[in-house]
Design a protein around this ligand. Structure first.
Ligand code: OVV
Length: 401
């Protein structure tokens, strides 16, 4: 019978997508998984994986079958306790998700975020002017980290002291979507004080009156949320808003240094900057993966998935699927890169993407005015993470205009 045949013919892989070897160079493994079939059984973890654009996209769109409330990491919240109270937007399904999402969609809409443009551009100009004077800088610490750590917490409205806790917390959050491996354990080494600091910044009393954080509490006053829910959504800002853009800006710098003719094209035509960031997100996705959990048995390309099973969606592999993209392994700032899966899609599609785009546009517009080229002298060192792809250090001598 067809269903028996399908079960027998499920593709199987022994790959560990959270091993150091895989995380250092995932692309050959992505290709192997795409070629193995529309869905692959990863026997080491007892989970399904999807690496083709079509199946990743379809799964993200079908939230009724591929749910988020059992967690969007490897851990199944129905079987083991989550390491922190679940996010009420990321790790939630409708109807809870619908209510929380509506609030953040409004606060983070492109029009609402555009109000921040002048400030973000001024801060980018100041930072880049300082770096150009230095002649040589670390693309990660001095730019990819320094800029989001200044503008985003300022925009949320949290005080200046203790911001060194934000990156360690992001590392905890994004490593915790993977298995309890060495990367997870390292990230959790100082978890207690870091969590306490984060939670202390999430109350109404800790927030500036004119920031994005206080706008969430205004939704409490309007009867849309409970007070504790508003605090949890501020936690979501502080969980999702820093590392994602740090890794994204770092990857963008890496691409511009690695492909200097592409940087020249941007300098000559700054109108390309916006599309170039989309191509960075496609080509070197800062967020590589998210999980879903099946709510019922479902057929994927003739393979039967059972109910309550974890599915690992390789956003970054979908972004290089030759079934979807011409020359997928070529970095080309002129291509139409929208349709990449790095922001996800469907009801959980990145709600903060206008902030991410604003940060990258401000930084790369400032760089385009002042930097002729970046020279990658040494080998950049990667920072491994169970979910994120990016760099620990990018030594970049630069040639000023
Ligand atoms: C998209 C994202 C990543 C990490 C954490 C959260 C969201 C959250 O809502 O806490």
């Amino acid at each position: 019978m067809a269903s028996d045949q399908a079960t027998l013919s499920r593709p199987v892989s022994t790959i560990d997508p959270f091993s150091h070897a895989f995380l250092h160079d995932p692309y050959p493994h992505h290709e192997a998984m795409r070629e193995a079939g529309p869905v692959v059984w990863l026997e080491q973890y007892g989970i399904w994986a999807m690496a083709r654009h079509q199946e990743v996209r379809d799964s993200l769109t079908d939230w009724q079958t591929f749910c988020s409330s059992a967690g969007v990491g490897l851990s199944d919240f129905r079987k083991e306790p989550p390491w922190r109270p679940p996010s009420i937007i990321l790790e939630a399904d409708p109807p809870l998700h619908t209510r929380t999402r509506a609030v953040l969609t409004r606060i983070l809409s492109p029009a609402a975020i555009n109000v921040l443009r002048t400030t973000f551009e001024r801060e980018a100009e100041l930072l880049v002017a300082r770096l150009v004077e230095q002649r040589e800088f670390d693309g990660v610490a001095d730019l990819a980290e320094a800029y989001p750590l200044k503008v985003f917490p300022d925009a949320v409205g949290i005080s200046g002291d203790g911001r060194e806790n934000l990156l360690p917390y992001g590392s905890m959050v994004f490593n915790s979507f993977g298995p309890r491996n060495d990367l997870f354990n390292q990230a959790m080494a100082n978890a207690g004080p870091v969590r306490e600091w984060i939670m202390s910044k999430c109350s109404r009393a800790a927030l500036a009156p004119d920031g994005l954080g206080m706008l969430i509490f205004r939704a409490v006053d309007a009867g849309e949320l409970a007070e504790d829910e508003a605090g949890m959504l501020v936690r979501s800002f502080l969980s999702a808003g820093i590392d994602t853009t740090v890794y994204g800006l770092g990857n963008a710098l890496y691409c511009m240094a690695r492909y200097p003719e592409q940087w020249t094209a941007l300098r000559e035509n700054p109108a390309l900057i916006r599309g170039a960031f989309e191509e960075v997100l496609r080509f070197e996705a800062p967020v590589q993966t998210f999980f879903r959990t099946t709510t019922k048995a479902v057929d994927v390309g003739g393979v039967r998935l059972g109910e309550g099973e974890k599915v690992l969606l390789f956003l970054a592999a979908a972004n290089r699927d030759p079934r979807r993209w011409d020359r997928p392994d070529t970095f080309d700032v002129r291509r139409r890169a929208t349709g990449h899966m790095t922001f996800g899609t469907g009801i959980h599609g990145c709600v903060g993407q206008a902030v991410a785009r604003l940060e990258s546009e401000a930084i790369f517009a400032a760089l385009a005015k002042r930097v002729v080229s970046f020279e990658l002298t040494g080998e950049p060192r990667r920072r491994l993470n169970n979910t994120l792809r990016g760099f620990d250090t990018l030594p970049l001598p630069l040639v000023p205009a």
